[in-house]
Design a binder for this molecule. Structure first.
Ligand code: FAD
Length: 392
């Protein structure tokens, strides 16, 4: 195993180039992004050309280190770009977010060969890896039930997974299981499984409330053979791969996706409040509506700043970063719930119809409460640190 890439220094950024990129992405989201949104909602699927377009534009390799073929944008600055992508359709945001983050979980335990074969193609957007943890019959952690039995140079994997984003369309599943007969975190393994492996039943879970068009898989493994060379790290490292160096930045990134989506909701509400006239005045002149949107503005900014604070703490290697990441995710998700609710309310009844863009934003927002751990799990983490002196 060789050293994983360290966080990229914020000093290394070319500010002029970055400002131009930010402008380019804002324009892309407002133009092409809106076109893709219409198409995804109408066709109820994500056309494969969207991923190709995002890859060709370099949007899938923004946060990857330059020595891996990425653009080497420091994490806290990449978040400024992710905020913009998150103003678009949740499926577009999901492609960008996963591609720019999932390589980290593989990288930290990869051998030189695994880095060449999986991490680098993931950074350049050529390889899609689906993070495959959740099971229908277990909690998302140390009680996972998928099991492997080793016979020579092969693990035979049995068990079930579900809710796996890109689990149908990916190239590899980064799946977490345990050695048969083990308990807790001990004996867990992380495997990078080829999508074409025999003995795997793949079912598309169909339409969801939000993030429409993105495929989510239910997977059934029945003694599916996985070469031992596709093990990441050592036996017993499975949950360290899932939750180690990857989870903190990923939670922070999800917090920023909440900020971006909330910003889009607010943009729509402000526009509507200026246009819509009731009883002779625009809604923006009514204190009830103006105050609701003022609260939204403060709410969004507070979540943004906490998220950036957590991101900088992670970049600096601070021990507070994991707790801050949970705080940022909790705060941003709750903020998004409040902001989208008020934004929809400001639209009146018409906002309830799919002809209003706010309807899709409201639905997409609900998914954020499950990604990278629910509020209950974030609170569990913060409370644990609170009572062990880790939180001031
Ligand atoms: C759109 C979407 C995409 C997803 N993509 C992926 C993916 O790519 N890969 C993947 O592995 N998973 C994915 N998931 C699954 C997601 O990570 C889980 O839904 C989430 O972690 C909650 O786990 P669960 O569904 O098993 O809920 P459960 O564990 O059944 O929990 C149900 C409720 O009880 C609460 N709860 C559970 N245990 C405790 C506890 N100990 N203390 C307090 N409260 C508790 C939970 O917070 C939740 O509110 C996705 C989910 C969604 C909605």
């Amino acid at each position: 195993m060789t050293q994983a890439a360290p966080p990229i220094s914020a000093d290394s950024l070319d500010e002029e180039r970055f400002a131009a990129l930010k402008e380019e992405i804002a324009a892309y989201v407002a133009n092409e992004g809106e076109e893709w949104t219409r198409r995804i909602e109408a066709e109820r699927m994500v056309p494969p050309e969207l991923r190709t377009e995002l890859r060709d534009r370099g949007y899938l390799s923004l946060a990857g280190p330059s020595e891996y073929g990425g653009q080497g944008i420091p994490f806290s600055r990449y978040l400024e770009l992710l905020e913009l992508f998150s103003m678009s359709h949740a499926s577009l945001r999901m492609i960008v977010h996963v591609a720019n983050g999932v390589w980290r979980s593989v990288d930290q335990f990869a051998t030189e060969e695994q880095r060449r074969d999986y991490v680098m193609p993931a950074v350049t957007g050529e390889l899609t890896i689906a993070f495959t943890l959740t099971e229908p019959t277990a909690g998302t952690g140390a009680d996972l039930r998928c099991e492997v039995v080793r016979e020579g140079d092969t693990y035979y994997l049995s068990g079930e997974k579900h809710l796996i984003t890109f689990g149908v369309s990916c190239d590899r599943w980064l799946a977490f299981a345990r050695l048969a007969g083990t308990k807790g975190a001990d004996g867990t393994v992380a495997l990078l499984i080829d999508r074409e492996t025999p003995g795997v039943e793949v079912e598309d879970m169909g339409e969801s409330l939000g993030v429409r068009g993105t495929d989510h898989a239910r997977l059934v493994f029945d003694r599916a053979p996985v070469p031992v060379s596709d093990l990441l790290g050592e036996e017993g490292n499975g949950l360290a791969v899932a939750f180690g160096g990857f989870l903190t930045p990923s939670r922070i990134a999800v917090a920023m996706t909440c900020v971006g989506l909330a910003r889009r909701a607010q943009e729509l509400a402000v526009g509507h409040a200026q246009d819509r006239v009731t009883f002779g005045k625009p809604l923006s002149a009514r204190q009830a509506i103006a105050f609701a949107l003022a609260e939204n503005a403060a709410d969004i900014e507070a979540a943004r700043q906490l998220t950036l604070h957590a991101a900088r703490a992670w970049e600096q290697g601070s021990g507070e970063a994991p707790t801050l990441s949970s705080m940022a995710k909790l705060t941003a998700v709750d903020m998004l719930t409040r902001v989208t609710d008020k934004a929809l309310q400001a639209h009146g009844g018409i906002g309830f119809w799919s002809s209003s863009p706010i309807e899709r934003v409201y639905r997409d927002a609900r998914a954020q409460r499950f990604e990278e751990g629910t509020n209950e799990i974030q609170k569990t983490i913060i409370a644990r640190d609170l009572f062990t002196g880790g939180v001031r």
